[in-house]
Design a binder for this molecule. Structure first.
Ligand code: RFL
Ligand code: PHB
Length: 393
């Protein structure tokens, strides 16, 4: 088989890139290790920046998002029994975020791809990128025991943190930056009305909690947990009791609880690979960087990488611009490091890192300071809503 761009991974990065390229008439094949149902079963992100929303619209998959997604003009930070609203819209000159689940984003992109007839190979084994430092790269995979080769011009490694693309790069060609946090998030999805119409990020001496949602009748909640805990140790009752303890009393008292539909523990990590381009192979999204979810940036960063690579490829194929091909890493990394900083900072002011009460007081002072100053609230709002994309020109 032959194509222009071989895309490894059919998560949101791979599907969005594939869709945008396809609309420009740039041929691509997506190779995914898992089944479509598995990809759709992962409950992850919930908050889309305007840049991500616009890219969905540009990809002509924004209709359902615009109909069913919920625009959020603010969110709350809670600490010391208080709830301080960050008026994102007012502080950013009218910008907002959209609550629309990653599962829905993926579903819309999958449907568009199946309608357009773009080729996606699911359940591919032993996916391997080859010869990306030459001008004849390829990707091989096994399916039903048979080896297949896709010859291509470029490879996009959209295969997430545990994927094969980054791991195929010679170790002396890549530099990795990493911070692993000493806790995780226990997440619960439940068919209950959200406790508040906006998200609440809570600092508490027992640990962090987050109240989020997917719709008027679907809530998503998280509590910080230790890494050695197992999901089975958390009955629904234990989860709701712990969540209530970490919220201000008036919010806790209005929490509606119910059976959990999904419950999982995710570790928290900050990670960046530099560079993000290796000859004719580009790393996109979680394959190149991870943020702790506290800033709601992971999927949004994946989308801004896609934006950059899409425009570089568009100019490559439509205008013959070869000079931009080597600009990918530097353009992406400028924005990535700022999102890394914000996610790390949100994580550091909101989570319990130790039993040392000094740390708790410092976090409370920092939250009090930031939320009582217009400058402080503005910097939070500006980052939360998403920093601007760099134009590729
Ligand atoms: P994905 O989604 O991991 O998709 C990668 C795909 O590649 C496939 N794959 C392979 N395919 C072929 N060959 C191989 N060898 C392969 N290895 C892997 C995988 O099966 C998969 O289908 O990466 P992508 O597309 O870059 O997307 C990134 C996002 O999924 C991620 O950044 C977000 O989910 C992060 N995130 C959040 N981001 C936000 O912007 N806002 C949020 O509110 C938010 N909340 C979250 C989150 C992530 C969380 N977890 C569980 C890590 C909340 C949580 C709890
Ligand atoms: C979610 O709804 O899953 C969610 C929302 C905001 C975050 C992280 C996760 O910062």
């Amino acid at each position: 088989m032959k194509t222009q761009v071989a895309i490894i991974g059919a998560g949101p990065s791979g599907l969005l890139l594939g869709r945008l390229l396809e609309l420009q008439g740039i041929d691509n094949i997506i190779i995914e290790a898992k089944s479509p149902d598995y990809v759709l079963s992962r409950i992850r992100a919930g908050v889309l920046e305007e840049g991500t929303q616009n890219l969905m619209r540009e990809a002509q998959v924004g209709d359902r998002m615009d109909r069913e997604g919920h625009v959020h003009d603010g969110f709350a930070l809670s600490f010391l029994g208080r709830e301080e609203r960050i008026d994102v819209k007012g502080l950013t000159g009218g910008k907002s975020v959209m609550v629309y689940g990653q599962t829905e984003v993926t579903k819309d992109l999958m449907q568009a791809r199946s309608e357009s007839g773009g080729l996606t190979i699911y359940d591919a084994d032993d996916v391997t990128p080859h010869d990306f430092y030459s001008d004849k790269p390829s990707v091989t995979y096994k399916k039903d025991g048979q080896l297949h080769t896709i010859e291509c011009e470029y490879i996009a490694g959209c295969d997430g943190f545990h994927g094969v693309a980054r791991k195929s790069v010679p170790t002396d060609a890549i530099k990795l930056f990493e911070r692993v946090y000493p806790f995780g998030w226990l997440g619960v999805l439940s068919r209950t009305p959200p406790v508040s119409h906006e998200l609440i990020y809570a600092n508490h001496e027992r640990g962090f909690a987050l109240c989020s949602m997917r719709s008027d009748m679907m809530s998503r909640y998280y509590v910080q947990c230790s890494l050695d805990e197992k999901v089975e140790e958390w009955s629904d009752q234990r989860f709701w009791d712990e969540l209530r303890l970490r919220l201000p009393a008036h919010t806790a008292s209005s929490l509606v609880t119910g059976d959990s539909i999904e419950k999982s523990i995710a570790p928290l990590r900050s990670f960046v690979a530099e560079p993000m381009q290796f000859g004719r192979m580009y790393l996109v999204g979680d394959a190149a960087h991870i943020v702790p979810p506290t800033g709601a940036k992971g999927l949004n960063l994946a989308a801004s990488d896609v934006y950059t690579l899409y425009h570089i490829m568009r100019k490559r194929y439509k205008e013959g611009r070869l000079d931009l091909l080597t600009k990918y890493s530097e353009i992406c990394l400028r924005r990535i490091w700022k999102a890394e900083r914000f996610s790390w900072w949100m994580t550091s002011i909101l989570h319990k890192f130790s039993d040392d009460p000094f740390n708790q007081r410092i976090q409370e002072a920092e939250l009090d300071y930031y939320t009582s100053s217009v400058a402080g609230r503005t910097t939070i709002a500006e980052n939360y809503v998403g920093l601007p994309y760099e134009v590729v020109e």
